[in-house]
Every structure is written in C-alpha cells, then in structure tokens.
Design a protein around this ligand. Structure first.
Ligand code: HEM
Length: 151
C-alpha cells in the first residue's frame, strides 16, 4: 500500500474497524438504555441507576470509540487521496455524509439522556423505540459503501 501511511495502512484500518465495532456496540446500547430509563422515570431509585449506566457507557465506550474511529478513518481517507481530489472516491464522500449523520445521532442520544436525567422526556415511547433502529440502518449502509465501493 502506497501513501504516507505506507505499510502501516492495514494496521490503521484494522484498528479503525475494531473501534467501529466498539462504537456501534455503544450506539446500539445507549438508545436501548434510554427506553428503559424513560419507562423507569416514575419508579423510585430507577432513574438514578440509568443515569449512572449511561454515564459509564459514554465515558468508557462511546466517546473514546467515536474519537478513535474519526481520527483513524480520516488518516485512511487522506492516505487514499481524499484531499488531493483523487477520482473514484464517491463511496467515501457518501460514507462521510452518513458517518456525520450517525455522529449527529450519537449527539442526539446523549442530549436525550440529559433530558431524561432532568426528568423531561419529549418523545412518545413508540417513537423512542423506532429511533433505536437508526444505528443499524446507518451501519448497514456505511459497511456496504466501505466494502462494495459501488461508485
Ligand atoms: C468517522 C469517519 C470515518 C471515516 C473518515 C472512514 C474512512 C475509512 C477509510 C478511508 C477506509 C479505508 C477503505 C479502504 O482501504 O478501502 C475505511 C475502512 C473501513 N471503514 Fe471507515 N470511516 C469512518 C467511519 C466508519 C464507520 C462508522 C464504519 C461502520 C459503521 C466504518 C466501516 C469501515 C469498514 C468496515 C472498513 C474496512 C473496509 C475494507 O475492508 O477495506 N467506518 N474507513
């Protein structure tokens, strides 16, 4: 593999994919926690337990994984010529757009956890369950773009 990463490229890609798995695991868990947190709001002692679990998940998994996935992903992208206008990188532009949307979803989920911590849910339980599916849909599309590179 050429480019400024040289033979380290495949190692960077391996670590990128490892932290993608961790990030996605966290992104599957947090919205599920939010459903339980919201259902538990009227039960004494429950909200405090979910606030603690959510904070731990963010500190130990979500935030570090998000940062590492972005840093390594951008290193790979620069190596492939994203900044030099290389042709054939349509898949990467589309992937970046979806990853930005997924990062926005991450931010939304953290914000909703803060609303629940303040005892102010704003979504109906059914809507909250529906938005749980967003990370799965994002992961499917992003992995197809990264692996198949259809354009
Ligand atoms: C955060 C921003 C991200 C950037 C800038 C980025 C960029 C990249 C780049 C440039 C590659 C190398 C592709 C190649 O060598 O052909 C790569 C590999 C990969 N990325 Fe990302 N990525 C990001 C996030 C993600 C996310 C969120 C996922 C999955 C949900 C993901 C899944 C993958 C996979 C599976 C590969 C391996 C593709 C292969 O087998 O060659 N990436 N990424």
């Amino acid at each position: 593999m050429t480019g400024w990463l040289g033979s380290a490229y495949l190692w960077v890609k391996a670590v990128h994919v490892i932290f993608v798995i961790f990030w996605m695991a966290g992104l599957f868990m947090l919205p599920r926690y939010l459903v339980h947190h919201q259902e538990g709001l009227p039960i004494p002692g429950e909200p405090e337990r979910w606030i603690k679990r959510e904070a731990l998940l963010r500190r130990m998994i979500l935030t570090p994984s998000l940062v590492i996935v972005w840093v390594l992903g951008l290193m790979l992208a620069v190596n492939l010529g994203l900044l030099d206008g290389q042709p054939g990188l349509g898949w990467l532009h589309a992937k970046l757009l979806l990853v930005i949307l997924l990062s926005g979803y991450h931010g939304w989920a953290v914000g909703y956890a803060k609303k629940l911590a303040a005892g102010r849910p704003t979504l109906a339980p059914r809507t909250l369950r529906l938005v749980n599916e967003v990370p799965a849909l994002g992961a499917i599309l992003i992995v197809i773009l990264a692996e198949v590179k259809p354009f």
